[in-house]
Design a protein around this ligand. Sequence first.
Ligand code: SAH
Length: 331
Amino acid sequence: MDLKLLQETLERAGEPAFRMRQIWEWTARGASSYDEMTNLPAALRETLASEVPLSSLELQRTARSRDGTEKALFLTRDGRPIEGVLMRYRDGRRSLCLSSQSGCPLTCTFCATGRMKFGRNLSAGEILDQALHFRRTEPVDHAVFMGMGEPLMNLDNVLAACERLPDVGISSRRTAISTVGWIPGIERLTKEGPPVRLALSLHAADETLRSELMPVNDRYPLPDVLDACRAWHEARRMPVFVEYLMLDGVNDRYEQALALANALEPRRAFKVNLIPYNPTEAGFQGSTRAAIDAFKTALEEHGVRATVRLTRGRDIDAACGQLAARQRAAA
Ligand code: SAH
C-alpha cells in the first residue's frame, strides 16, 4: 500500500487524522478490500477503492512447494519483477523472506539474483506489500530480508518497513536483515537500532577466496566487516548470524572450518548457520551432507555455535539464492 498516496487522498477528502491509523490497522491485519473496513464511511471506502490500490504490487504468479513453501512473483507499478516467499514450519512458525531490491547490484557468483539485471531499490510500501500479500492468507510471525537485493543498500526503506512489521504480527526480534557486509549499513544499524537481528553472508574466511566468490569483499574486506559486526554486537547484545554457504571442494575443507573459527572472536558475538547450496546456473556443486556435518563438528570443537539451515522451497526455485524472478514469455 502506498501510504503517502493514502495520506494525500485522505487529506484531499478532508478526512480526520485518525482515518490513516484505522485503515492501516485493517490492512496490517490482512484485510483484502476496503469493503471489509466497516468503521469507514461507505463513501470514503468507494473513493479509496478507486484511488488508492490496496497493494502497490501486482501478483503475477504463485508457486507452491511440496514442503508448503509458497513463492509469489510480483510486478511493481513500473514493471520491475520481485519475489517474496512464505515458509511454513511444522512447529507453526510462519516466516517471510522479503526482497529489498528488484535484482541486485552485487555480483556474488553463486547467487541467481546477482545474475539478473539490477532494477532499483524498493519503496517501504513495496516491501510491506510482500508481507501483506501473505498476511491476507494467514498470520505470519517471522521475517528475513534474505530475498532479492542487498537490504543495507536500501536501508531507509528497509527500516521504514521494519517499523511497521510489528503491526503485521512480526516483532523486531523476529526480523532479520542479511547483508554481504555493507559496512556503512552495519554502522548505521549499530547507532540507530531498531532491535532487529543481523545476519552476515560470510562464505569464506580467506580473503582471496571470498573476493572471488563475492566481489564486494574488495570494497569491504572481511576483517573490517567483522569489526563492524563486533561493534553491532556490543551495542545490541545479540549474536550476529553468520551465513556460510557449503560449496563442494571450494570452501568446505577442515582447514577452512578452522580459519572460520579463528575469525569469529569473541565466540559469543557469532552463531554460524551452514547453508546447503541450492542449485543455480552458476555451476557450483553443493557439499555432501557428510562434509557439512564434518564442518559443523570442526566448528563446534572450537567452541563456535553452528547449525545447518533447513532448505525450503527448492523444487519451486524459492530457496536461498534461487530468486531470479524469471517470467514466462506470456507473463
Ligand atoms: N544480499 C543479502 C541478502 C540476500 S540473503 C545477503 O547476501 O546476505 C540471501 C542468502 O542466500 C545469502 O546468505 C546468500 O549468500 C545465500 N545464497 C545465495 N545464493 C545461494 C545459493 N545458490 N544457495 C544457497 N544460499 C545462497
